[in-house]
Write a protein that binds this ligand. Sequence first.
Ligand code: WT7
Length: 649
Amino acid sequence: MSQLYYPNKNKFQNSPIPDMESYRALVAKFDKDFEGTWAEFAKEKIDWFKPFDRVLDESEAPFYKWFSGGVMNVAHQCIDRHLATKKNKAAIIFEGDNGDKRTLTYQELANEVNKTANMFKNEFGITKGDRVVIYMPMIPEAAIVMLACAKIGAIHSVVFGGFSAEALRDRVIDAQAKLVVTADGAFRKGKPYMLKPVVDEALKEGCDSVEKVCVIARNNEDINWVDGRDVSYEELLAKQSLVCEAEPMESEDPLFLLYTSGSTGKPKGVQHSSAGYILWAQMTMEWVFDIKDNDTFWCTADVGWITGHTYIVYGPLAAGATTVMFEGVPTYPDAGRCWRMVEEYKINQFYTAPTAIRLLHKMGEDEPKKYDLSSLRVLGTVGEPIDPAAWKWYYEVVGNSECSIVDTYWQTETGGHVISPIAAATPIKPACATLPLPGIYAEVIEEDGTPTPVGEKGYMCITKPWPSMIRTIWGDPERFKKSYFGDCKKDGKPVYFSGDGAMVDEDGYITITGRTDDVINVSGHRLGTAELEAAIKKHPDIAAVAVVGMPHDIKGEGIFAYIVPKSEDIAPKEELQKAINELIKKEIGAIALTDEIAIVPDLPKTRSGKIMRRILRSIVKGEPITQDTSTLEDPSIVPTIEGIVGKRA
Ligand code: WT7
């Protein structure tokens, strides 16, 4: 049994869930009165324009509805309601790649959001329910634009700035966006990079829904300008009024779409609600991160991912906290960048991904010791399983063995944390997400709902709905049902399956073992093998391809592609990999480049033509093949591929 690390009581006072007794009492309260307990929190936390009259409507399950009848507004919840008591408090502290700084108080943020909202409404005719695609760097305007959409009830869809023109185009078309908001570009590692040209390229085909492209100036590099379509944000902003009424939003009105990878080639537009989403974003800030009024919270994610939505923008602001936004990368100008920022801003909660922890550990093992990091109380990790070595360094060296580590397990679809330590309360075990949060019925089960025995791998499911859950896949409700409610049942009723495997130990602690589907997790980014394969297949000399994840020191998982050429007359391996990576860069983006390829004569296929990926995964890991290969069309292909890959220890 692994060692337990207890929260340092000196660091946690007046916490909402101060100990395990309170945790268990709250879990029991939900058990006893599920809807009543959620109703209590919703009433207490949300500033309703009109109270809700129903807590949970299951009549169209799995299309659950929460807090029906209620009217509110997320931008009001995050900004306006705080102005009476916090107008001069820092809402956003921004630091640029080059070290430039900017702070927006709650009042300044309110003003910027209102002007932007008025611009969208009055200049571009954006109204409630219209889709706005945001393709932006990590600058305060990214948050301002998201909140401006929320203020007028427009549905935003943020597309990560690392995605290619093709990927951006697919998302613009799927959402039928009326407006695209972007920047000329930004800075990374001391140099400017560009975004606007990617938007120009994306909008060349099939994006007829787009009426305007609103361009924010960040690096002031030269850009192409399409008259009539492109408009300057700064020029229009100056003319806008500071007053903008919050659009009254029903609880279930969509707040945003965020596209994520699934097991087919087409990304899914995960749709989130207004009230349920913001409620849980705020509650998890309070419970998991122990956010307090004077805290400075730093999440290093990009706003293009769900972590950036919930824990840079919506959660911290709903909680009335100060959130740090950082444009640059953790290793520029050196591996002490983050620790210097923690010292300078007196960061209290630092939240990042295992891939960054591994990188910072490798590049500057003793770097944290050069700085005063004593302001830290909570260290967070998210996105992939963290390995014990990285965990230990994070705990001992960064946290000086005094901070709680919250290994937060959740997904784009869950909106906020679902399994996580509570910083002030939960005794932690290295590299373990620990226990479900109160109100979340996360269970490791078999397909029929029976609990998986202790120590064995089962399906990571959530067996009751929760307020911040995905509502549907934009434009494809059938896919929503099939993707999440098609695999597991409890008491005969379909329940949410996450796509992850997990294991429970003798203390009831849950360890996530990773995806069970064809999704790979590269540096905490979710990529579908089908998407990668579709990009690679565009190569004229390639007959077939199978992509699998491979173990990688820094990224967690790397990308390995098995390539079957059309003829023996194929380019040498290095040259072919370069060509493949060019294709991926164009179709998806530079985050998805292959790490290794192997040119093989064929793939292991069953007689019905199904590719046996498990065998391919075992081969790159150098594991012995345990699967039955006798059902393969050609069993001799397995040793042939093993010989080519040559990973066997
Ligand atoms: C997938 C979701 C949630 C924000 C970042 C990623 C993996 C996430 C953990 C964790 C082990 C984790 C899962 C999950 N994952 N957090 N603490 N331990 N695995 O969001 O892109 O929707 O990916 O990330 O596999 O299904 P996402």
